[in-house]
Design a binder for this molecule. Structure first.
Ligand code: HEM
Length: 181
């Protein structure tokens, strides 16, 4: 997993739960990398699992809620760093439709070894769209947070619902985005 995801996570967790608390947490986790992340590095995804699990134990906030909250934060940071991807699209659903075929394609050019999910828009109406999330990393809640943050950018009010299922290709999550009119 890319260092930028780790550095953003530490930044977010530090402002939410306290800098000293997060420093102690990193020490206690005894991570193979030592926990000194840089945005340009690449680290084992397992370290993120260790950190989020430990943070959940320490704070009593569920892993799902922690990952979702981090997704909202990360979305804001992506908006600042990669503003063009937002400005190129006219609406939230256009933006979400562009993640698979444009944004993550460009991300892969920037970071050759990026580990990205598949995010296909499997249905789209005026007020409802469904994104099908597939990944070994089970970060559908991160996607849900990123969607929520993109909705804020496009001034759209949405409800994001999650449906986990399985087919011949493996497990997936259908993320339903409903515009509240
Ligand atoms: C400007 C917009 C975006 C940028 C620049 C971006 C970039 C990235 C980057 C750099 C990673 C990390 C790859 C790695 O660790 O190797 C990532 C992962 C991910 N992205 Fe995006 N992304 C964007 C928008 C979105 C949106 C809107 C969604 C959801 C609809 C999304 C869903 C995810 C998820 C869930 C992951 C975690 C990896 C996984 O689940 O397998 N991204 N993205």
């Amino acid at each position: 997993m890319k260092g930028i995801v780790f550095t953003e996570f530490i930044e977010h967790a530090s402002s939410a739960f306290g800098e000293d608390e997060i420093e102690d947490l990193i020490d206690e986790c005894d991570l193979p990398s030592g926990g000194a992340y840089t945005a340009v590095g690449t680290y084992d995804f397992q370290e993120m699992v260790t950190l989020v699990t430990a943070l959940s134990k320490q704070t009593g906030v569920s892993v799902d809620d922690l990952i979702h909250g981090f997704g909202v934060y990360l979305g804001g940071s992506f908006r600042d760093r990669f503003r063009d991807f937002f400005d190129q699209q006219a609406s939230l659903f256009d933006f979400l439709d562009s993640v698979e075929n444009h944004i993550h394609v460009e991300v892969r050019k920037l970071y050759a070894n990026a580990e990205l999910p598949s995010l296909k828009m499997v249905s789209r109406g005026k007020n409802e769209a469904v994104l099908r999330y597939r990944s070994k990393r089970c970060l559908a809640q991160l996607a849900s947070g990123l969607i929520q943050s993109a909705a804020n950018h496009f001034d759209d009010h949405v409800e994001v619902l999650m449906d986990h299922a399985k087919d011949e290709f493996g497990t997936f999550a259908d993320i339903k985005v409903q515009r509240q009119t």
